[in-house]
Design a protein around this ligand. Structure first.
Ligand SMILES: Nc1ncnc2c1ncn2[C@@H]1O[C@H](COP(=O)(O)OP(=O)(O)O)[C@@H](O)[C@H]1O
Ligand SMILES: [Mg+2]
Length: 578
């Protein structure tokens, strides 16, 4: 089996070349035939001219010149003219008769050298020369006996040469035309004709190369198998790509799910009917026990009115708050496909905010009260002065108790105002070295009376040595007094109060525990708030003062309490305060 396209190009080239060569050869043969014909005619003409010349000389040299016979010979031999001249160029004879032999165009056929040789006796053919009527040929034959010879000229008609020459020229022109046309055709059309076949040939050649090595059936089977093999390879590749993209999608889904499941924010996704399409673990935990319909208004607002929120606070129940942001899910064409809600439990944050607001309010109130208290104390000082004056100058003994009562009330009020001012005034601490163990013992001893009254047991776990530390003993005494007083107040009869001191780092931890009433959570949150009290006669300043004093010593105070079981207050004081 052969590839028909492979040699197509060559074939066309050869065909064209062959045609060109054929034409050129035919033309050359033509030209050579013309040449041979010309040579022959030329030779014949020369022979005729020689013959006529010799015959004419014969006639001239005979005694009687036969003009008629010569003219007949001329006509018979097809020779146009003959004439003879003597060395002085005088006409000896001519046929047909000539007037002026020197004006003949025939002379053009002989060079000066030829003519000189003619006078010397050498016969000569003229070249060809052109007259008005065409090409002619002349033969000159010297004759006579003198040193200078007579010359006989014979002129023959060589116009056949003109015809042959035109034939020549036409032949050459034709050849040139053939080559030119071949070149033009080759240049213009050859490429255009061959190019498509060449491309086909190129693309087909590898097939034919393969095909040449085997039989046609084998080739067909092989080709079919190759196609099937290639298809299978492509299928495997596609499968690989598919599984790769599927794995990637799975990975992405897992990753997204992992993120959604591990963030502390609740994520709920709803479809267009408002049904939950997805909910993450955090979301379920946050909404634990709360009906999903609580979120319904937000979903409806997004689905029906396109209303979304960046951060909306809603109260769910038991004073718990959620911060929710909603967004509409859309497909690439912009159609709504659902709603996503992101939410967090912001109860604690909300409480903190409330607490801060409350503290700020309290601070403002405290500042105002302090100003007021200051004013009161000044007025009270005057009232006290006047009351004392009144008591001294009062004569009526029956009215003295009133003035005494007035004085006592004034003094009590002054002490309250002083305590209040002590609290609100920024603390200035006078640091000195003191023994913590002695200070605590003294404080406890100071409560001897109420302790005995309630039959409270006080268990002290204080190292039996001096616990020297630095700080303001007066302020710290006040702090411990407040804590112990609270413990006594909270403890029932026969209760137990434990005071324990331990050394911690370079400082001390003082733990005061009672097994009294304890506190509810909402009380526990507010105990350090100034003026917060659950007692009828309480000021609500006790623990606030404790916190303030401990903070001034760069220590910390914490409180743990279980309602109905008791309370522990832990005060930590760092050592080395200056
Ligand atoms: N050891 C305690 N046991 C139970 N409740 C306590 C204890 N200490 C403090 N409290 C609670 O903290 C509140 C604030 O205490 P405090 O600041 O000392 O003010 P006050 O004693 O004047 O009420 C108290 O009213 C009480 O409800
Ligand atoms: Mg108190």
């Amino acid at each position: 089996m052969k590839n028909p396209f492979v040699h197509y190009e060559k074939k066309i080239t050869f065909l064209l070349l062959f045609l060109i060569l054929l034409l050129a050869a035919a033309n050359l043969i033509n030209l050579s035939l013309l040449k041979r014909a010309e040579d022959r005619l030329n030779t014949e003409l020369s022979q005729t001219l020689q013959f006529v010349a010799k015959t004419a000389i014969d006639y001239v040299e005979r005694d009687e010149f036969q003009q008629d016979a010569l003219e007949k010979l001329l006509i018979r031999k097809g020779v146009s003219k003959v004439f003879a001249i003597d060395p002085k160029t005088r006409l000896i004879m001519s046929a047909p008769p000539l007037v002026d032999p020197l004006s003949q165009p025939l002379w053009n056929g002989f060079s000066k050298r030829n003519l000189a040789r003619l006078w010397m006796g050498t016969p000569s053919f003229s070249g060809l020369y052109k007259g008005k009527e065409g090409t002619f040929k002349a033969y000159a034959l010297p004759f006579g006996t003198g040193r200078a010879k007579n010359i006989l000229f014979v002129e023959g008609d060589a116009r056949f040469l003109d015809v042959l020459q035109s034939g020549y020229r036409a032949g050459v022109a034709f050849t040139v035309c053939i080559f030119f046309m071949a070149a033009v055709v080759g240049l213009l059309y050859f490429r255009a004709v061959v190019e498509p076949y060449r491309k086909i040939s190129q693309s087909a050649s590898h097939l034919y190369e393969a095909a040449e090595k085997m039989g046609e059936v084998e080739f067909a089977v092989e080709s079919f198998e190759t196609v099937v093999r290639e298809l299978k390879e492509k299928e495997t590749l596609l499968e690989k790509l598919y599984s790769k993209s599927r794995n990637r999608a799975d990975d992405l889904e897992r990753f997204t799910k992992h993120i959604l499941e591990s963030i502390p924010t609740g994520v709920f996704s709803f479809d267009t009917t408002g049904k939950i399409a997805y909910s993450n673990q955090a979301g379920k935990e946050i909404l634990n026990g709360i009906p999903r319909r609580t979120l319904r208004p937000l979903v409806d607002a997004a689905l029906k009115e396109g209303e979304t929120y960046l951060s909306k606070e809603i109260e769910i129940r038991d004073g718990r708050y959620l911060g929710i942001s909603s967004s509409i899910l859309r497909d690439p064409k912009g159609r709504t496909t659902g709603v996503t809600l992101l939410f967090r439990d912001i109860t604690e944050m909300k409480n903190l905010e409330e607490e801060i607001a409350f503290k700020e309010k309290m601070a403002a109130l405290g500042e105002m009260s302090a100003g007021l208290a200051h004013e009161f104390r000044n007025s009270l000082a005057s009232i006290l002065g006047y009351a004392k004056l009144l008591k001294r100058s009062l004569k009526s003994a029956s009215k003295r108790p009133y003035v005494t009562a007035l004085l006592e009330e004034c003094l009590s009020m002054e002490s309250t105002i002083k305590r209040f001012l002590d609290f609100s005034r920024p603390d200035r601490i006078d640091v000195e070295e003191f023994d913590l163990s002695t200070l605590l013992s003294e404080v406890i001893r100071g409560f001897k009376e109420p302790i005995q009254k309630k039959a409270i047991t006080v268990r002290c776990k204080i190292p039996r040595k001096r616990l020297m530390t630095r700080g303001d003993p007066r302020l710290l005494r006040r702090a411990f007094m407040n804590v112990i007083q609270n413990a006594i107040e909270a403890t029932m009869e026969n209760g137990l109060i434990r005071v324990a001191v331990s050394e911690k780092d370079a400082g001390y931890s003082i733990r005061i525990t009672d097994n009294g009433a304890g506190m509810k959570d909402e009380v526990k949150k507010k105990v350090f708030t100034p003026f917060f009290t659950t007692k009828r006669s309480g000021t609500g300043l006790g623990l606030s003062i404790v916190q303030k004093i401990v903070a001034a010593h760069r220590g910390s105070v914490s409180l743990s309490s279980t309602y109905g079981r008791g309370t522990t207050v832990l005060i930590s004081l760092p050592g080395g305060i200056t």
